[in-house]
Design a binder for this molecule. Structure first.
Ligand code: 3PY
Ligand code: MG
Length: 256
């Protein structure tokens, strides 16, 4: 399958969501609503590998690019996420150049890395009619590596992390970053926002693609003007906000 956002993020801002619970139907709703990408969150979320595989299928049916946030930067998590057919991985807590190199190594096949190789997997079409060389080249080209920068250490090491090749998006996680800076639960704090802007500027200057998590689109507009091309919200936050508004509107009707 072709990755529909890999090239798009070089040109224009794209929009996606994290989903941390089991529902292929929700994946279809997000896809049919026209979002660019969806990230199945197995760091904070709880879906099983079998469920994630079906969620990847639902994403393919509804023409949205599926990525998986792995629980941590480990070979087995990255390998499984890609072998079930995710078009990319989000890797949390990338703090150093070595962390970034490790994520790339496990996400790419030889010669760009050392991703475990099998031709019997879903991502290789179960080996049916497979041209092995083409599969390796296509996987290495289409698979996106997204690294999460979400600590003070990551920000301090950003110049070195930026030197690592084959990272498609440098994604800033404001919630963990705020905590790391001592502003627990307050990603809107001036110092956190300044650090995020500074990081985005560095990433853009290095010719790379910055991404950021947002809880609403008001926050996104400033980031887009700085050059962010990969914006992600959360399914839970969007749904809970919509349901609360629905209830408020109803209250308004019956008290009029
Ligand atoms: C954070 O804000 O910490 C995130 O990881 C967002 O995805
Ligand atoms: Mg985080």
């Amino acid at each position: 399958m072709k990755n529909m956002i890999r090239e798009k993020i070089q040109e224009e801002a794209t929009l996606g969501v994290f989903q941390g619970f089991n529902s292929s139907s929700m994946v279809e709703i997000v896809g049919y609503a026209g979002m660019d990408f969806i990230v199945f969150d197995s760091e904070h979320g709880y879906m099983s590998p079998e469920t994630m595989e079906n969620m990847v299928r639902a994403a393919e049916c509804s023409k949205i690019t599926p990525l998986i946030r792995v629980p941590q930067n480990e070979r087995q998590y990255i390998l499984r996420a890609l072998d079930i057919g995710a078009m990319g991985i989000h890797v949390p807590m990338i703090n150093t150049r070595e962390d970034a190199e490790k994520a790339v190594y496990h996400g790419k096949y030889y010669p760009r890395g050392g991703r475990g190789l099998a031709f019997s997997t879903r991502s290789a079409g179960y080996g049916i009619g497979l041209n092995k060389r083409q599969y390796l080249e296509k996987s290495n080209r289409e698979t996106m590596i997204v690294v999460h920068l979400e600590t003070r250490t990551a920000m301090d090491n950003l110049p070195q992390i930026l030197e690592v090749e084959d990272i498609d998006v440098l994604f800033i996680g404001p919630t963990d970053l705020a905590q790391s800076l001592g502003y627990y639960g307050d990603p809107g704090h001036e110092e956190v926002q300044e650090m995020i802007s500074g990081a985005i500027n560095l990433i853009v200057k290095a010719g790379k693609v910055p991404g950021v998590f947002v809880s609403d689109l008001a926050a996104a507009s400033g980031w887009i003007s700085l050059g962010v091309k990969y914006i992600a919200g959360g399914v839970s936050g969007i749904c809970s906000g919509a349901f609360q508004k629905f209830k408020e509107d109803f209250k308004g009707l019956i008290t009029e």
